[in-house]
Design a binder for this molecule. Structure first.
Ligand SMILES: *[C@@H]1O[C@H](CO)[C@@H](O)[C@H](O)[C@H]1NC(C)=O
Ligand SMILES: *[C@@H]1O[C@H](CO)[C@@H](O)[C@H](O)[C@H]1NC(C)=O
Ligand SMILES: CC(=O)N[C@H]1CO[C@H](CO)[C@@H](O)[C@@H]1O
Ligand SMILES: CC(=O)N[C@H]1CO[C@H](CO)[C@@H](O)[C@@H]1O
Length: 382
């Protein structure tokens, strides 16, 4: 049994025959045993008078039995005490079942000012507990362009948790930085399955050197010229890893931004699939982003291990006017055999066929990239 199959059996299947939904109270509180995970997201506008807030996440409850022992023996893991604590924390994020057909009511702090509009009730969760919806609010409630909107879920009155979601109010024009996570900003060693497993489930997350510096310089360069930078972390990782990944970006001071992560339920096959099967998924997500923000320019960062060059190349062919720059990190030192193919010139030439040569580059070290040039719309250092 592969890892994902195991998780699938544990996490997804039970939700298909979960108990029928209980009668809910009118204010749809989230119950103490339920966990709401809403990924940091974006709101879009066409005229700055109203904002459409995107909501994506899951409502789940935990499974009683921990699969930790099975996982350790299944993958011959050899965790030390600290690893084991992390493994337990992270596996817990996967040992959940979706809570289906539950509407969730959220409260916006600013809504108190707008009489009669205290709360918004989201569309009920799907059969797998998924939430994918939008709500629209006026600018006096949402805030100014570039502001952050935090909203809270209505909880059971005895429940003192702080549960809710966050949306960045992204202006209709400006630059959107799309960044992959694994091996682009975080050392995951995707090319080695055992190391990938360790880096994902056992070890503290480690940043790729200087990437956070580069992103922050890029953000200030764009801000200085009023080009409204917004960050979008697009990864093949499952949504279950949202909290630790958010924590990672905060700890290493990456600019805050939207998280676009995968639904585990659509995956099967081997453990590695969550990263390797992400080609159409990433392309769809980028197209979805451009549908909400047709007038924004994209600066994209990815790496050589998976299909980022092919995906970003396709985006550049489909939306030539929207792509400002594609930068691909050349990953070495993990698996020489794979790297030879992944870093071959003809791989990149194929991936970027019919893409203007001035629109893409590769790099080994983030310090090779001039944030100033990028902020001026130049893909090669000026
Ligand atoms: C909305 O606000 C943004 C950011 O302040 C600005 O760049 C843009 O021109 C405004 N759009 C409209 C239609 O007023
Ligand atoms: C959310 O729903 C929209 C349609 O309403 C769909 O186009 C989009 O792919 C969905 N997003 C996710 C992440 O499933
Ligand atoms: C749960 C978790 O990963 N917590 C970490 C979040 O980041 C801080 C540092 O900012 C760490 O100390 C925590 O261990
Ligand atoms: C900023 C920019 O050039 N946006 C373009 C992105 O692509 C759409 C559709 O082709 C155009 O309408 C936008 O002008």
């Amino acid at each position: 049994m592969t890892f994902i199959t195991l998780l699938y059996a544990l996490a997804i299947l039970p939700s298909l025959y979960a108990a029928p939904t209980l009668l809910r109270r009118a204010d749809n509180p989230i119950l103490p045993e339920q966990t709401l995970t809403l990924l940091d997201n974006v709101a879009s506008t066409t005229d700055n008078t109203s904002w459409t807030v995107n909501v994506y996440g899951y409502l789940t409850t935990s499974l009683a039995n921990s699969p930790i022992k099975d996982i350790i023996s299944l993958f011959s893991l050899n965790p030390n005490a600290e690893d084991l604590t992390r493994l337990e924390e992270r596996i817990k994020l996967f040992s959940v079942i979706g809570v289906q057909k539950q509407p969730i009511t959220v409260q916006l702090p600013a809504f108190a000012k707008a009489a009669g509009q205290q709360t918004v009730t989201l569309e009920p969760t799907s059969v797998a507990g998924e939430i994918n919806t939008t709500f629209t609010i006026t600018a006096d409630v949402a805030g100014k362009p570039d502001a952050t909107l935090d909203y809270k879920a209505v909880l059971d009155p005895s429940d003192k948790r702080d549960v809710g979601g966050r949306a960045f109010l992204v202006p209709s024009e400006g630059y959107s930085i799309i960044s992959d996570i694994d091996d682009t900003i975080k050392i995951s060693e995707v090319n080695d399955k055992k190391k990938l497993l360790d880096n994902t489930f056992l070890k503290p997350f480690t940043p790729v050197p200087q990437m956070s510096d580069l992103y922050n310089k890029l953000a200030s360069g764009l801000r200085e010229t009023n080009q409204n930078p917004a960050f979008h972390y697009l990864s093949g990782s499952p949504w279950n890893l949202f909290r630790p990944l958010l924590n990672f970006t905060q700890e290493f001071k990456f600019p805050p931004g939207q998280f676009i992560l995968r639904d585990l339920a659509v995956l099967d096959g081997s453990f590695i699939d969550f990263l390797t099967q992400s080609k159409t998924y990433k392309l769809e997500r980028i197209e979805l982003l451009l549908r909400s923000f047709p007038n924004r320019k994209l600066i994209m960062f990815g790496d050589s291990t998976e299909a980022d060059p092919e995906i970003y190349g396709e985006v550049a062919r489909r939306f030539p006017n929207n792509v400002s720059c594609i930068s691909i990190r050349r990953v070495t030192g993990v698996n020489a055999g794979k790297e030879k193919t992944q870093l071959a010139d003809d791989r990149f030439e194929k991936a970027f066929a019919n893409v203007d040569k001035s629109k893409w580059r590769t790099f080994a070290d983030a310090t090779e990239i001039s944030a100033d040039s990028l902020a001026k719309g130049l893909c090669q250092n000026a």
